[in-house]
Design a protein around this ligand. Structure first.
Ligand code: WT7
Length: 638
């Protein structure tokens, strides 16, 4: 495959960018013409941010799996689509060619149909990073079902919340998942979740760990048995369902500053075009390159840049089941060496963690195949940037810092490898087609250099369309802060040349190891512990995780009184039960009161400063109801 829309130089970037602003419709129509359509669009774009009504490629018909698989078969049928590296390096890896992928996806799509799945049905996927997860994702898209993948670090209760919100009648899971030295009991967590989800009528269970699990008659079936059934029936490979450009492709839940996680909805055509276009441009992907994105498919990075973007581009995408430090801190570099990886895309938290092991894990690893490095998830600090660039890229590989979000579907601001200049710890320039804006507190757009709240003022194909089941919430959250703009929740700096440096969230959302965590959600979970009266959660700088979770807790339970560590463990266990292990607080400080204004609002600014060890400049505390609590909290600082 060749990519006529692949930008080759800075000059070309500037030209293309300018055109994308001047003639957005022509710009996107040209890119869209490189895809396979059942029917072409009537209009390229109709939009209205006020009511949040955005339609890309209206009237067009397609199926994303025909673009990710079928259209490659003639030329790339025998080329690897997916290379899968298991958790245990002694187990054999697997390669699925595009032909294999076609066979497996069309076969599993038949399994879905046999189990009664229809276009528009919601299917929840709770699986480890095995090829069957990618196959299941694509099989859902093949039959037009809306998938909702849930990361393995969420609790049964979080799964149940998502199943209920999506009203999903189907679940695909595994007996368990291998992650480093741990086995995660996926099916058992699903069983717990289903106690409160009687509407789920079918659970398809894929074998991975062979952990003993319960299988409930009439509800649970084995993946492998279902495959045998469609083989026995001699069913022809499932023909792709014809989808409307704006039909939902998937729901992915993400946390915000208030309430329960929102189901971000992405649609078929725009998402497909944008993930492919951005993948090919940011990484300067060349046919045959082996591309390794270390993200889990449970997050947007895995959706857009392990599965859909690379496969639609006919790329070879490497899926890794395990974690960076298992069996040791050289694992990523072993994988690069073993599979001759050309592009590696990972997160600052992983880089910082691996950096802390020194150079020893790099000894004897051949990294000479690497051509491009990528970073995502949080602002990359200078030390991590340089280590990645020098030690891994040997100073010769462009490092792309891709800024984007679950809601944006694909990269928004990033340098483009071998085309636009990189700059340490700066995401640099918007991709052509993306129109960012910086806005001050009063909602006025800032011109030229400056700093402010980062917005996007023109639609792009892979933008969020709605939050599942609650369109009003989507409008409120993203499109009402600043009229006629999408508000990202991030702050940014901009220089005279239009380069952006993302400074982090400006709302009550934490970024812990690249995972988005809502402080209100964690507070609710802590408050569910029987002895807790009230709590307040803030972030603090953490060497490896970027941000750690700092909880201030008012506790009046009698049980274990005096043994703070035991109480901390119980609170942590409560959070793990309610949200999942990814939201465990790193520090819990017991306090007798929280700094509140006279109107009862917690002054988080003060708590944040104390957690950050900035106890000197707490700013104005005169509006506090009881300034004494601040002194007490400062003294008890962990
Ligand atoms: C938030 C989105 C999008 C994939 C992973 C996270 C932060 C993400 C960068 C970057 C600075 C970044 C932002 C953003 N973020 N990438 N390259 N530089 N910050 O997806 O869970 O939707 O979180 O991650 O704060 O708002 P997400």
């Amino acid at each position: 495959m060749s990519y006529p829309y692949q930008i080759k130089s800075f000059e070309e970037y500037k030209e293309v960018y300018e055109r994308s602003v001047r003639q957005p419709q022509n710009f996107w129509a040209d890119i869209a013409s490189n895809f396979q359509w059942r029917r072409k669009w009537d209009t390229v774009l109709e939009w209205n941010f006020k009511d949040l009504d955005v339609k890309w490629f209206k009237g067009a018909k397609l199926n994303i799996t025909e673009n990710c698989i079928d259209r490659h078969l003639e030329k790339l049928g025998n080329k690897p689509a997916i290379i899968w590296e298991p958790n245990n390096p002694d187990e054999h890896y697997r390669i699925l060619t595009y032909n294999d992928l076609y066979n497996k996806v069309t076969q599993f799509a038949n399994v879905l149909k046999n189990n009664g799945v229809k276009k528009g049905d919601r299917i929840c996927l709770y699986m480890g990073m095995i090829p069957e997860l990618a196959i299941a994702v694509l099989a859902c898209a093949r039959v037009g079902a809306i998938h909702s993948v849930i990361f393995g670090g969420f609790s049964a209760r979080s799964i149940a919340d998502r199943l209920q919100n999506a009203n999903a009648e189907f679940v695909i899971t595994c007996d368990g998942a291998f992650r480093g030295g741990k086995d995660i009991p996926l099916k058992s967590l699903i069983d717990d979740a289903l106690e409160s989800c009687p509407f789920v009528k079918r659970v398809i269970v894929c074998t991975r760990t062979r952990t003993p699990i319960s299988m409930i008659k009439g509800r649970d079936v084995w993946w492998e048995d279902e495959i045998k059934k469609v083989e026995t029936l001699g069913m022809a490979p499932a023909v792709a369902e014809e989808m409307d450009a704006e039909d939902p492709l998937f729901i992915l839940y993400t946390s915000g500053s208030t309430g329960k996680p929102k189901g971000v909805v992405h649609t078929c055509a725009g998402y497909m075009i944008y993930t492919t276009y951005s993948f090919v441009n940011a990484f300067n992907y060349k046919q045959g390159d082996v591309y390794f994105c270390t993200a889990d498919i449970g997050w947007i990075t895995g959706h857009s840049y392990v599965v859909y973007g690379p496969l639609s581009a006919g790329a070879t995408t490497l899926m890794f089941e395990g974690v960076p430090t298992y069996p040791d801190a050289g694992r990523f570099w072993d994988i690069v060496d073993k599979h001759r990886v050309n592009i590696i895309y990972t997160a600052p938290t992983a880089i910082r963690s691996l950096m802390s092991f020194g150079d020893e894990p790099l000894q004897g690893k051949d990294l000479s195949t690497l051509k491009v490095l990528g970073s995502v998830g949080e602002p990359i600090n200078e030390e991590a940037w340089h280590w990645f660039h020098e030690k891994i890229g040997k100073g010769k590989c462009p490092l792309v810092d891709t800024w984007w979000q679950t809601e944006t579907g694909g990269f928004m601001i990033s340098n483009l490898a071998n085309a636009t200049p990189e700059r340490t710890s700066w995401a640099t320039l918007p991709l052509p087609g993306i129109q960012p804006a910086l806005v001050d507190e009063n909602g006025n757009e800032i011109e030229g250099a400056g700093s402010g709240n980062l917005c996007i003022k023109f639609p792009w194909p892979s933008m969020i369309r709605t939050t599942y089941g609650d369109h009003e919430r989507c409008k409120q959250t993203y499109f009402s802060t600043y009229p006629n703009k999408y508000f990202t929740g991030d702050g940014a700096l901009r220089d005279e040349d239009g380069n952006y440096k993302i400074t982090g969230r400006v709302d009550d959302v934490l970024n812990v190891s690249g995972h988005r965590i809502g402080t209100a959600e964690v507070e609710n979970a802590i408050n569910m512990h029987a002895g807790v009266v009230e709590s307040a959660v803030v972030g603090y700088p953490h060497d490896i995780k970027g941000q750690g979770i700092y909880a201030y807790v008012i506790y009046n339970g009698n049980h274990n009184a005096g043994d703070e560590d035991l109480i901390r463990k119980d609170i942590t266990a409560t959070v793990t039960r309610i949200i999942g292990p990814i939201s465990k607080p790193d520090k819990i400080q017991f306090v007798s009161g929280l700094p509140k204004t006279r109107s009862g609002k917690i002054m988080r600014r003060i708590l944040r400063k104390i957690a950050e060890n900035e106890t000197e400049n707490l700013g104005d505390t005169s509006t506090l109801l009881d300034p004494k609590v601040v002194e007490e909290i400062k003294e008890g600082k962990l």
